[in-house]
Design a protein around this ligand. Sequence first.
Ligand code: 13P
Length: 291
Amino acid sequence: MDSTALSDTAKMLVADNKGLLAIDESTPTCNKRFAALGISTTLENRRAYRELAGHPGEKVTEGLDGLRDRLREYGGMGARFAKWRAVITMGEGIPGSACIEANAHALARYAALCQEAGIVPVIEAEVLMSGVHTLAQCRATTTEVLHAVFNQLYTQGVLLGGMILKPNMVVPGLICPQKATIYEVADATVECFLRVVPAAVPGIAFLSGGQSGELASARLNAMHVRFAGQLPWGLSFSFARAIQEPALAIWHGEQANVPAAQQALYHRAQCNHAARMGLYVPEMEWANAIA
Ligand code: 13P
């Protein structure tokens, strides 16, 4: 394992207030998003949409079996990073500790195999937003999940300097009656991470989890406003829906709409770039609407 190369790649992924566009949905998920907008769910359309955003093609979905060989093959072809997602649902009596441990173990196994192949693992541990849970409950579960993940990363010898963590923000469940302000979310999220994410990790890149683009930008921005100069890691974004949704609606499967859809992607990228510096303001959205 070349730890310098891994650490250089990981740092590059969160450098210069940049972030990542996640456009690697599985075929069923991509089809679901197309169907919701009445776009026909063909291979050609999936390719055309991903090419619009500069992504090379269809996603390769893997289980842990055979992963070592596949990672070596892709590492040899020049792949520099890869992502694995584990999903945790909150509800009555769940998640149990067996669920958390099994997911943490699989994420760490994948991460160790990635690094062995010279690939930076993006470790996505997502506590889902669906449910009635409160902000405090989401914080407690996110803390427990991340403790388990970092415990397994340590046990399995994963180089913390050569990975990126991709977590959820700490938010109340979608149908929780007690809403939280942007600043309550920012404080709960960063305070949780300061306690569980080691300073050796170069970057945290949030998933959006179904938040709107505007809300995801505003919350990321609030974290930077509140904690400027106090964070040991880069605090970035790796959004799918919160960047893609407006562009997908504009594109609608039509070649003629590609420039406008690309402009919508670019706009969300600019908003999130500004949010990383604590410089996002809602007026950025109005300016785009007028343009
Ligand atoms: P969302 O930002 O839509 O949650 O997706 C992130 C992702 O990459 C899911 O694997």
